[in-house]
Design a binder for this molecule. Structure first.
Ligand code: MRU
Length: 410
């Protein structure tokens, strides 16, 4: 046990982007490898990589994949820069809410422009190195953020968190969980309440797993349990991450965050937002201008599941072997339920989706909500702790990913 046993989220190896496939964790721990930027776009859309800071790193490494493996034919500088702009814009457009995605793409685009006088082979190498710097800086920032945030946590605290703002949501270490990991090392964390975070269950699948790997006492709860636990005095602080923070301190984060903030205020519990400065978008005045992603209805009308299993007896083994003799086997099921069985090194993997709602029910599935700044006790970044009035305090500190609006999002 210990946080060192949490796998890295996304990294560069042998000229390729590698990542843990978070869409199937924790019961299937596949690694994905992308040597073309389209693969990174696909991984972002499918939430194999997710969480705002990790998306910033993915954007940078996606551009690096294009530079290292797909730009070799281009001999002209202007054409190279123009194509890199297009690729960065395409990656930035994969998901709309987390500003880090735009920030990572924009930083790569700017770096290429600022160094455009280098011969192309050197420019290519320098751009890949810049992507590696972005990944390394992210971990560094989270560790600093963790130290600042831990100062706010009192000894013996029970902390509630929502979604996954853990190591898996960043290059490494995490933001909200970075605060919790650091405070736990200091002996101040008694217990963590983990919201399951419907519909995609990042809390149940990722946060609960990270805390257990780290050896931190925790309990998984459904999202509708927070209120009664708070009323019973069971929560001393709420710590969450953020996908975008506007200039006035309004915070976009996983759907359900706003409700927690209202509950925290009603029960006199501090509500902390932990995010690196790359999540602060000073080009947006308030939360009402933050684009909120709407995701497919299937996330709400049913449950996805993935797991590996071993056949319980020789008969079952023979049956599953026969089923998968030609490779993955897709079972056609009624009512849209889906089931795929895949042979996996002597065992089997099952990936499915089961409908729980009536066929054709209309669905609304916003992935994020906005918590007004007035509900946020403090924002914790790698540069320190910022308190209201945020319009003044964020601007005074010169925070923000400024200039991201220059990126072309199609
Ligand atoms: O849809 P996701 O899983 O990308 O949403 C993630 C969140 O909302 C996190 O809380 C946020 O990105 C902060 S991660 C440090």
């Amino acid at each position: 046990m210990g946080i060192e046993n949490i796998p890295r989220t996304i990294w560069w190896e042998d000229g390729k982007v590698r990542m843990v496939d978070q869409s199937r964790l924790p019961l299937v721990g596949d690694l994905l490898e992308c040597d073309v930027y389209e693969g990174v776009c696909w991984a972002i859309r499918g939430m194999a990589v997710r969480g705002a800071p990790a998306l910033g790193v993915a954007a940078a490494l996606g551009v690096a994949a294009w530079v290292a493996n797909q730009s070799g034919e281009i001999a002209d500088h202007d054409m190279f820069i123009g194509e890199l702009d297009r690729v960065a814009g395409e990656i930035a457009a994969t998901r709309p809410t987390a500003v880090n995605l735009l920030w990572g793409a924009e930083r790569m685009r700017r770096f290429a422009r600022d160094n455009a006088d280098l011969p192309l082979p050197e420019l290519r190498e320098a751009i890949v190195q810049e992507a590696l710097n972005i990944a390394a800086e992210d971990e560094q920032r989270n560790r600093e953020l963790g130290r600042h945030g831990a100062e706010l946590i009192e000894a013996g605290s029970a902390i509630l968190t929502h979604c996954n703002a853990g190591s898996l949501a960043t290059a490494y270490f995490g933001t909200a969980l970075g605060v919790i990991f650091t405070a736990h090392e200091q002996g101040k964390v008694k217990h963590v309440w983990v919201d399951e975070t419907r519909p995609v269950l990042q809390g149940a699948r990722l946060t609960a797993w990270e805390l257990m790997v780290a050896g931190i006492p925790c309990a998984l709860i459904t999202d509708n349990m927070a209120a009664s636990i708070m009323r019973a005095g069971g929560v001393h602080a709420v710590v969450v991450g953020a996908d975008r923070i506007a200039a006035n301190g309004d915070v976009a984060n996983k759907i359900g965050t706003y409700g927690l903030a209202v509950l925290a205020r009603e029960h006199g519990i501090p509500f902390y937002v932990a995010a690196p400065t790359s999540t602060i978008d000073l080009t947006i005045g308030s939360g009402s201008d933050i684009p909120i992603e709407e995701r497919p209805g299937e996330e709400v009308t049913g449950m996805s599941f993935s797991a590996t299993f071993e056949a319980p007896n020789p008969e079952a083994r023979a049956a599953f072997d026969a089923l998968t003799a030609q490779g993955p086997f897709d079972l056609e099921l009624s009512r849209g339920h889906k089931l795929r069985v895949t042979p996996k090194g002597g065992a089997f993997q099952i990936d499915g989706w089961a409908r729980v709602a009536p066929l054709n029910v209309p669905v609304y599935n916003p992935a994020f909500d906005v918590t007004p700044a007035e509900f946020v006790t403090a924002i914790i970044t790698e540069r320190g702790v910022v308190r209201p009035d945020y319009t003044t305090s964020l601007a005074l500190h010169g925070f923000g990913s400024g200039g991201i609006h220059e990126i072309v999002v199609e």
